[in-house]
Write a protein that binds this ligand. Structure first.
Ligand SMILES: N[C@@H](CCC[C@H](N)C(=O)O)C(=O)O
Length: 265
């Protein structure tokens, strides 16, 4: 089996991308194969793998996302931004597009500096857990814990403990630790399906920005822009809010070509 692939990364969240408009790959790829391709020693290496599939009427393409454990998962924000650059590389789109992912339609724009602004679904359900933590779904489920100093957090040990706790063990959850600084937020994320810390998580960054605004003032309204510094780079979230209802969300950040090749299995 020959697989042509391209690797992209968005703020250090890295992905294997394959053009599967014919549908041949999705019919052949097993969970074990995806896991092996994502393995950093035995494969290409990546936090996840995405197939660019044929879009339905009105969409440029379909995004199918697998975590590095080989299982298909929910929305990936950095993956969404990377697949837009991949579609552009394939000359499938110009600087704007509309695609469909597991959580529904998304629109995106490639900005003049090459960054990608990705439309995210509205969020209005925010669950408070204790005094510091929130749970919300930004296309993927996220647990957000606000901490005074990110440097003091053991992200893997604490993130894994939350992810494996009885409330989340079955479905899993991504766990974000967020510090509020004068120039924006800083974040570290333990990702479900990678079962490790990754260098950035786009749906996690979106959850952190929303959580921060909600916690600071649950009743405020208006447009916003929140900068979020992940371990692997700077992202931003823009949108509009009316109390706990967040709309017109856009996740903005880099999406960069790494290399391409063919792997023979
Ligand atoms: N890296 C992602 C999130 C990918 C999905 C996640 N691991 C899950 O299974 O929920 C992002 O950038 O959003």
């Amino acid at each position: 089996m020959h697989i042509d692939f391209t690797k992209y990364q968005g703020a250090g969240n890295d992905f294997i991308l394959c053009d599967d408009r014919t549908g041949e790959l999705s019919a052949q790829l097993t969970r074990e194969t995806i896991e092996r391709l994502c393995n950093r020693r035995f494969g290409i290496g990546g936090d996840g793998l995405m197939l660019l599939g044929q879009g339905a009427e009105g969409f440029d393409f379909r995004m199918i996302y697998y975590n590095s454990d080989g299982r298909e998962s929910t929305m990936c924000g950095n993956g969404g931004r990377c697949i837009v650059r991949f579609a552009h590389q394939l000359k499938l789109i110009g600087s704007t597009c509309r695609f469909v992912a597991i959580d529904g339609p998304h629109d995106a724009t490639i900005l003049d500096d090459g960054q990608v602004a990705l439309g995210m679904n509205p969020v209005s359900a925010i669950q408070e857990v204790g005094e510091q933590d929130l749970v919300l779904d930004t296309g993927s489920p996220h647990y957000v814990r606000f901490v005074p100093d990110l440097r003091e957090i053991d992200v893997v040990t604490t993130g894994r403990a939350v992810r494996r706790s009885p409330a989340f063990a079955d479905q899993g959850i991504n766990v974000n630790f967020v510090e509020s600084a004068t120039d924006g937020l800083r974040i570290a994320t333990y990702e479900r399906g990678v079962e490790d810390e990754t260098l950035a998580c786009g749906t996690g960054v979106t959850a952190a920005a929303i959580g921060h605004l909600y916690r600071t003032d649950p009743l405020a309204s208006g447009n916003f822009r929140v900068g979020v510094l992940a371990r692997g780079g700077q992202l931003a979230v823009t949108g509009n809010r009316s109390g706990g209802a967040f709309t017109d969300l856009r996740l903005i950040g880099p999406a960069t070509f790494v290399f391409s090749g063919t792997i023979i299995l």
